[in-house]
Design a binder for this molecule. Structure first.
Ligand code: ADP
Length: 402
């Protein structure tokens, strides 16, 4: 008699400064067995949303800290289901934004790893402390399963020196650990690997430009599965125009504002991270709203869309030069998967580079991997939905099963 294989699952946790996002993932097909989010932690009234299939449970109650938030999540798994034990939980995978110079892949978390994530906080002051808080409470509340840290920077750890180094005084760079670490690495790695498989191409002979366009946005150049350049730098501020971040800017703008506009370090930080990008230029950070404004004839929104897509095009051109030959361009994340206007404007006029979008194939939102280039395009252009939770699940299992 044969018995059915035991069910297995991984709990993926993404802990932010005032939120905890989670997903219980079935690694066999990447489906979410359950998922949810605790928001407004430490802000008086908090909210919890727990989804299992189509059933959504919502609670509104004070969530004083991350420990209380995670206890709430675990009680929902007990009350509403599915029970973590029945779902065969084998590990918890934690998203950690900054692995700095220390981590080039996922690691099993112990006290030393916790200390190292803490030490890297100056490089990611908004993210690493919040990630670490989530790790600490999760290890306390789920002590019987291994916990793995999956770093957003790891895929870019081995960028070629010429791509990773800032052209500043090398002693200053060394003392303050200043280099280009990149971000969104889990998504870039997942998409560049999965798209080669989707196209039935050998990964080691495939050159890919990945355009991860969400609220945060980044581009990468991947040669044979290895990242050779990426647009985010020391922090996720560099590179493409984003929802609220400027992306590339002349550093002298900061100097000018600090000298002449009486702006402090915090003012400049706030300007570039929260009051710039689409939000700064058009007043809206969501592209759907920006398109509506453009339709209504708003000149600032038209400028914003132009700046946004011009920047993407410049990176595509730069990475075509870095790679020499571009086999695949993959669009992913909220904008990349849903916004046919952005995709079309970003690649307009690139036919001389062998990059030809097919207008009809490009039209509309794409929920599944879809080729959107013409049959004659030298570069295959694909929309490939990212799945960061599945990517974290796979990397987590790699660690616990090795
Ligand atoms: P993040 O994970 O970085 O928060 P997402 O990958 O979820 O972001 O992307 C969110 C963004 O995707 C939104 O801000 C919006 O600009 C864009 N977006 C989502 N749906 C659509 C759509 N149907 N059309 C155009 N843009 C969309």
């Amino acid at each position: 008699m044969t018995t059915a294989p035991a069910r297995r699952s991984v709990l993926v946790v993404n802990s932010g400064s005032s939120s905890i996002k989670y997903q219980l993932v079935d690694p066999s097909d990447g489906s979410a067995i359950a998922s949810g989010i605790v928001e407004r932690i430490g802000e008086g009234e908090g909210t919890v949303k727990h989804e299992v299939g189509d059933a959504v449970t919502r609670r509104e109650l004070p969530v004083p800290d991350h420990g209380a938030g995670l206890r709430l999540v675990l009680s929902l798994f007990d009350e509403v289901g599915p029970s973590l034990a029945d779902a065969g939980i084998v590990a918890v995978g934690h998203r950690v934004v900054q692995g700095g110079p220390l981590f080039d892949g996922p690691v099993l978390i112990d006290a030393q790893v916790e200390r190292q994530i803490d030490e890297l906080a100056p490089l990611a002051p908004l993210h690493n402390p919040a990630n670490l808080t989530g790790i600490r409470v999760a290890r306390e509340l789920l002590p019987d399963v291994p916990h793995v840290a999956v770093f957003d920077t790891a895929f870019f750890h081995h960028l070629p020196e010429a791509a990773a180094t800032y052209a500043i005084d090398r002693d200053v760079a060394a003392q303050y650990q200043i280099r280009r670490y990149g971000a969104h690495g889990t998504s870039h790695q997942y998409v560049s690997t999965a798209v080669a498989e989707f196209l039935d191409r050998p990964l080691e002979h495939t050159n890919t430009i990945v355009l991860h366009l969400g609220n945060g946005a980044s581009a990468s150049a991947v040669r044979g599965g290895q990242a050779v350049d990426t647009s985010m730098g020391l922090t996720p501020l560099e590179g493409l125009v984003m929802g609220t971040r400027s992306g590339d800017i002349d550093p002298a703008v900061l100097i000018h504002l600090m000298r002449n506009a009486d702006m402090s370090v915090d003012d400049v930080d706030d300007l570039l991270n929260r009051r710039s990008g689409l939000k700064g230029m058009a007043g809206e950070n969501d592209l759907r709203a920006v398109h509506q404004l453009v339709e209504d004839g708003d000149p600032a929104a038209r400028t914003a869309l132009g700046v946004y897509t011009h920047r993407i095009k410049k990176y595509v051109g730069a990475y075509a030069a870095v790679l020499g030959r571009v086999d695949v361009i993959a669009f992913t994340a909220g904008v990349g998967e849903n916004d046919d206007i952005v995709r079309a404007l970003s690649l307009a006029g690139l036919a001389p580079l062998g990059i030809e979008l097919d207008v009809e194939r490009n039209a509309g939102r794409k929920k599944v991997p879809t080729i959107i280039s013409t049959d004659t395009s030298r570069t295959t252009i694909v929309v490939y939905p990212t799945n960061e939770e599945l990517a974290i699940t796979r990397l987590t299992l790699q660690v616990v099963e090795s």
